[in-house]
Write a protein that binds this ligand. Sequence first.
Ligand SMILES: Cc1ncc(COP(=O)(O)O)c(C=O)c1O
Length: 473
Amino acid sequence: MSDFRVGAMPAVHPDYASTGRLDELRATEYRHLDEQGQVYLDYTGAGVAAQAQLRAHFERLGGTCFGNPHSENPTSSASTALVDQARAAILGFFNASPDEYAVIFTANATGACRLVGEAYPFRRGVRLVLTGDNHNSVNGIREFARARGAQVVHLPVRRPELRVPEPEVRAALERRRGLFVFPAQSNFTGVQHPLDWVALAQEHGYDVLLDAAAFVPANRLDLSEVRADFVPVSWYKVFGYPTGVGALVARRAALARLHRPWFAGGTIQAVSALGGWHVLAPDETAFEDGTLNFLSIPDVQFGIDWVGGIGMDLIHRRVRCLTSWLLHRLADLRHTDGSPMILLYGPDDTHRRGGTVAFNVLDRRGRIVDERIIARDTAAAGISVRTGCFCNPGAGEGAFEISERALRSTASHSLHTLDDYLGLLGLPTGGAIRASLGLVSNVADVERLVTFLDATYADSAPFPDGLKPRERC
Ligand SMILES: Cc1ncc(COP(=O)(O)O)c(C=O)c1O
């Protein structure tokens, strides 16, 4: 039988010992985490940058003059060359062929979703099929679909693991054609949805947007095997720095089916002001509005090389071991009468899940402790976890068991705050707590969180004194 006492981790997970290289890096390249006493458990929010990434940025900018791309002059060409190299590095990261895939730089994953939503040929008779488990940046695509008369179909997550049953996916895809969107990994529960849904949907004539934002920081995504049509990603989630650069990795054939609703500087081949016509660029630049973030895009190439040097398989193994450890340690937290202290949302083992773990704390009478208390107390203890619904209302609605009927009924009320909404639904909580693990997480991070929860909430019935109203989801 396994031993989940403190200190038993290496014995429980022999694989963990093989990830020692990450402890060395934590002590050197990521030493700022420990120097500042940070317990960083929000890798689904953002990754952490290595000192080497920052050095590389300053060395590059201090050593060469870079001008605005889109010109033949030497400083402009210097920028263009690095942007092109970064595109190639991104294709390499996804093992994607340049003949099949294009890389479009965006500000973030959200920008990538919007590019698809605003240009997808939605119309009457076309469907947008979304898993209930989706980030709001993906959910928002439904507004483009609705505005153009397309049918929007949501596939709710089901308890206990908050997955979407495959028969329901198949049934939804059998009708009509359109766009199917789902996350490779949930940013709420850590659930990893089956990647073979991509081929399944394509066989039924659907294009597929696979949201990879929460998946790729600790998992390989091979686009030569999983041929998703549109893949949004935010690079700061993978390696912490730079912020402000994301990408839409898109199949060229699928891009050709999009119709951009406008043009802008950088996107056109030819245009006439008085003539009222324009011709979009024939390649991915047709989707890149205005001046690219040309001083930061080369940092993406450095980041990709950096994590490549560490090894995605090593990162994946580390995160898997620590996730298993965290899940077991949380399950072991008990009040002295033996009642559980933690209500977990999503899978309770590492099978088909990543390192994002959502839960609520229960008081000794089994009531959910207001997540704002946990937010307040963990912050005071220097622990970075996240609370709320993580911009993923569908996963939250499944986790908190809110019926579709109740949700539809709230649409007719004028609600000003999230608290109004929670009051109307009579919910016991406005959100969960999310701890997420990543590249340089270690056992000490997990232990700091678990021992803090134990010391602070075991046998207690905390009262929400002076908590501010919740503002938004
Ligand atoms: C699964 C998922 N998709 C999309 C996003 C949006 O990413 P960004 O805010 O960087 O655009 C996030 C952000 O947390 C996410 O977790």
